[in-house]
Ligand binder design. Structure first.
Ligand code: URA
Length: 257
């Protein structure tokens, strides 16, 4: 992705396992940060980035997902909102002791993506990937790749045979499952302004490559995945530039993204 930057200013691999490349794209300071997977990595990333960046911060997650909607392997899903899916550990105790919920999985309410930034991401993605390959919907952020994404196995008791059905019943717009976006949108929602009040200091959006089509049971090819990463990278940078006018107080090369 970094090859599309006009200039690279900084590069670092950290003990966290993050790779950060900071540069300039069309006058805008941009960092690409590879964080790995899961809620905790997203929590580290958002909180620690907020700590070291001055001014308004726009974060666009770009990652992979499994589709539980119309999108096929190799398509792109732009998140309208993201909700959490947690394993209800108490449900699995023997005997079962469920004081929070009597269901094996807890579905948290959705946190919204930033609507303007999301519009920019969707429009730039449409231009580069083709509107036919771009879908929009609500994304389920599971706390595991396996049990809480409804993957069935015999080595563990997961009681997840009806989970995807339950997700669709609860959130009819649910279209993808992955492991980071609810944490991102939630932290953006509770981010505080410079004086510890509103307006929020973080705006967030999310675009996902469909790696697995969970309905049709097909998978992205390595070729399509690297082609898509190339195409989407430029679209993501362009969406940050397109969103600039809505960023009060942020001027190219002065603020931080
Ligand atoms: N990432 C996930 O969390 N799930 C998938 O099915 C694919 C990518």
């Amino acid at each position: 992705m970094a090859k599309f930057l006009d200039k690279v200013l900084f590069e670092r691999s950290s003990h966290r396992g993050f790779l950060t490349i900071t540069g300039i794209y069309h006058g805008l300071p941009v960092s690409i940060v590879a964080i790995g997977m899961g809620l905790s990595m997203m929590d580290f990333f958002v909180r620690e980035t907020r700590m070291v960046v001055d001014g308004p911060l726009s974060i666009v997650r770009f990652g992979s997902c499994g589709s539980i909607g119309e999108a096929k392997a190799g398509d792109v899903i732009v998140a309208r909102s993201a909700f959490g899916i947690s394993r209800n550990f108490d449900y699995f105790r023997t005997p079962s002791d469920t004081h929070i919920s009597d269901k094996p999985y807890i579905l948290w309410r959705p946190s919204p993506a930033d609507s303007q930034l999301t519009e920019c991401v969707k429009s730039e993605m449409g231009k580069s990937v083709g509107d036919d390959h771009v879908f929009e919907g609500d994304v389920g952020n599971a706390d595991s790749f396996y049990g809480s994404q409804g993957r069935i196995g015999t080595d563990f008791y997961d009681d997840n045979e009806h989970l995807i059905e339950h997700i669709h019943e609860t959130y009819p717009g649910a279209t993808a499952l992955e492991m980071e976006s609810h944490m991102l949108f939630h932290l953006a929602e509770v981010s505080t302004g410079a004086d510890n009040s509103s307006p929020k200091s973080i705006r967030a959006a999310c675009a996902l490559m469909v790696f697995a089509d969970r309905t049709g049971n097909s998978f992205i090819s390595p070729e399509r995945s690297s082609q898509l990463t190339n195409t989407c990278a430029k679209a993501l940078f362009d969406s940050l530039v397109a969103d600039m006018p809505s960023q009060e107080g942020l001027h190219p090369t002065e603020g931080s993204v």
